[in-house]
Ligand binder design. Structure first.
Ligand SMILES: CC(C)(COP(=O)(O)OP(=O)(O)OC[C@H]1O[C@@H](n2cnc3c(N)ncnc32)[C@H](O)[C@@H]1OP(=O)(O)O)[C@@H](O)C(=O)NCCC(=O)NCCS
Length: 104
């Protein structure tokens, strides 16, 4: 390294995993580090996922969320998802899953 070369440090504070279906896409996971929450990071990632889905001719983005996960449900409603179903006792601890859809 030369004395005047730049040094970069990077950290990932939020991530989103999107499964590309044929017609639709599905969010498998979205997470923000506790220290970086409520700064719009997850919302920004969702908007990027919508843009990817739009550009790749997907019709909708789907997800499942625990019925008690109020933070995530607020986030999804704020970004335009609507609840379209419920899977009773979907999780191994007996909690229901809400099925949510964003139509492109
Ligand atoms: C849910 C989660 C991803 C939100 O990440 P975030 O980066 O803090 O979210 P944002 O800052 O983009 O929030 C955008 C909007 O979502 C809603 N929201 C986010 N966290 C919220 C909370 N704790 N309570 C209520 N609303 C919340 C708000 O409407 C917020 O807008 P505002 O801050 O202007 O009020 C984060 O809390 C997390 O990582 N949770 C643990 C993992 C998880 O549950 N993932 C979802 C699995 S389905």
């Amino acid at each position: 390294m030369t004395p005047d070369s730049n040094v970069f440090f990077k950290a990932v504070a939020a991530s989103l995993e999107l499964m590309r279906g044929v017609d639709d896409a599905e969010i498998l996971n979205i997470e923000t580090l506790p220290s970086h929450r409520r700064q719009g990071l997850a919302q920004g990632l969702l908007l990027e996922a919508f843009e990817w889905a739009r550009q790749n001719q997907r019709q909708a983005v789907w997800l499942e969320v625990r019925s008690g996960n109020k933070a995530a449900i607020h986030l999804y409603l704020k970004t335009g998802f609507v609840q379209v179903g419920i899977r009773k006792r979907y999780y191994s601890d007996g909690e229901d899953a809400l099925v949510m859809k964003y139509t492109l």
